[in-house]
Design a protein around this ligand. Structure first.
Ligand SMILES: Cc1ncc(COP(=O)(O)O)c(C=O)c1O
Length: 428
């Protein structure tokens, strides 16, 4: 039945695109979950990235060193554990556009947001509010609300949320900027997702940061859906802090170690409260076990505990893959894949006559890998049918399907196969 419809991305064309793709070899660096005799169509790199084939060897190295060296591995492992996290900083710095001293692999995303909020949310006088996006990822809202309460304040008045244009739709940047302008004098801190988890909207982080800071607001970004997905220049944009997880676009294992960025202008500020732990202590003096905290003058000062080496080993394997590729080529391919997905969905709407609503912004500057879409005449059974045919996408209540073709391991062939399945199911 699907053959009756005019195709947007016929298989021959997809194969030709893959053949001329300078990044097509990267797929072989990952395990793609199987389906039947072949590969599934894996479109959830925005939720959990795929396992790098090299991860096992990196992990095995640390297990072997632990087996043979015990505690001596801190100094004598092939990759000594004491400074292990330092080796990840250059790769992370490249991905977020920061200095190596401004980034640290540590903790988990919500945990890191809490640590950053403890330092940077300083309500005082009439400047007590936090500005965030309505429909942010709930964990962020819980964290922000708890900090407001921690200061003895009330979220009902202190959490200002910019609503989306319509329920379940993107936000208007104009409204964000207007809110900053209108309420700026009473806002202490701004925190948004750099890429909205639901709509896939990419915010103009530079412009918004500049506007908020001009009003005296501290600016933080949740980069869960941005790092490894869209270009970032946190240092140049003068962002105060940012936090991320590594299990989505960074392919660094379920619940893998997260990361934090703190702009260098804050590194020497000892008046900032840091919820301190010994791993943030001056490295030259850490093992003197002195009672007073002397923070490392870098983002490392926010580390609380010693590093989870096994999780970091997988992170290291995954980051080495990014190190090997030109980030602008990754971005170009990401845009080509998401444009092809938009084309497939638009074409399906035309040739089947069925309404299909893409609500990720279509402009290149405002989208990354993820495309969020609704099939208003279909319910979850449609999504389940796609799943049964080997498509790994995700469903967000009440009616959103998120699909994120990522440039490291997705191919145009994946999208052409997806198109066949969508047309087949819509014709039933
Ligand atoms: C935007 C965003 N913020 C926060 C979180 C929570 O992450 P974690 O469980 O690593 O703290 C997620 C998880 O997917 C997310 O997408």
């Amino acid at each position: 039945m699907a053959q009756l419809f005019t195709r947007y991305l016929p298989i021959e064309q997809a194969l030709a695109l893959d053949q001329s793709d300078p990044l097509s070899g990267a797929r072989r660096l990952f395990f793609v979950p199987p389906f039947g005799e072949g590969d599934s169509i894996y479109l959830t790199g925005n939720s959990l990235g795929l396992q790098p084939r090299s991860a096992q060897a990196y992990l095995q190295q640390e297990l072997d060193d632990w087996k043979t060296l015990g505690v001596e591995g801190h100094f004598h492992a092939k990759n000594p554990w004491m400074p292990y996290h330092e080796s990840l900083a250059p790769s992370l710095a490249r991905l977020v556009g920061g200095l190596p001293s401004e980034v640290v692999a540590m903790g988990s995303l919500t945990h890191n947001l809490h640590l950053a909020l403890a330092s940077f949310y300083k309500p005082s006088g009439s400047r007590t509010a936090i500005l965030t996006e309505e429909k942010s990822f709930p964990s962020d809202r819980y964290a922000l609300t708890s900090h407001i309460q921690w200061h003895g304040l009330h979220a009902a008045t202190e959490l200002i949320e910019v609503p989306p244009m319509e329920n379940g739709k993107p936000h208007s940047e104009e409204t964000i900027l207007r809110t900053i302008d209108t309420h700026g004098d009473r806002i202490a801190l701004f925190l948004f997702g750099g890429v909205n988890y639901f709509t896939g909207q990419v915010f103009c982080m530079e412009k918004i940061t500049r506007a908020a800071q001009a009003k005296g607001i501290i600016v933080g970004w949740d980069l869960a859906h941005a790092i490894g997905n869209v270009p970032l220049q946190l240092h140049q944009w003068n962002v105060d802090f940012a936090a991320w997880c590594s299990y989505k676009y960074l392919n660094s294992s379920p619940g893998g170690v997260g990361g934090l960025f703190v702009h260098e202008r804050h590194h020497h500020d000892k008046s900032l409260t840091r919820l301190a732990g010994w791993w943030g202590q001056n490295k030259d003096r850490r093992f003197l076990m002195e009672p007073d905290f002397d923070p490392i003058p870098s983002a490392e000062a926010w580390q609380v505990s010693n590093a989870p080496i096994l999780s970091m080993a997988v992170h290291r394997a995954a980051l080495a893959i990014f190190d090997a590729y030109d980030l602008s080529l990754l971005r170009q391919k990401s845009l080509a894949l998401s444009q092809a997905l938009i084309g497939i969905l638009d074409n399906a709407a035309v040739v089947t006559g069925e309404p299909i609503e893409i609500f990720t912004p279509r402009e290149e500057a405002h989208r990354g890998s993820q495309i969020s879409v609704r099939f208003p005449k279909r319910d979850k059974a449609f999504f389940n049918a796609l799943t049964q045919k080997g498509v790994v996408a995700d469903w967000r209540e009440p009616d959103c399907i998120r699909m994120a073709p990522v440039p490291l391991y997705n191919s145009f062939e994946d999208l052409s196969r997806l198109e066949s399945l969508i047309l087949e199911l819509l014709s039933q």
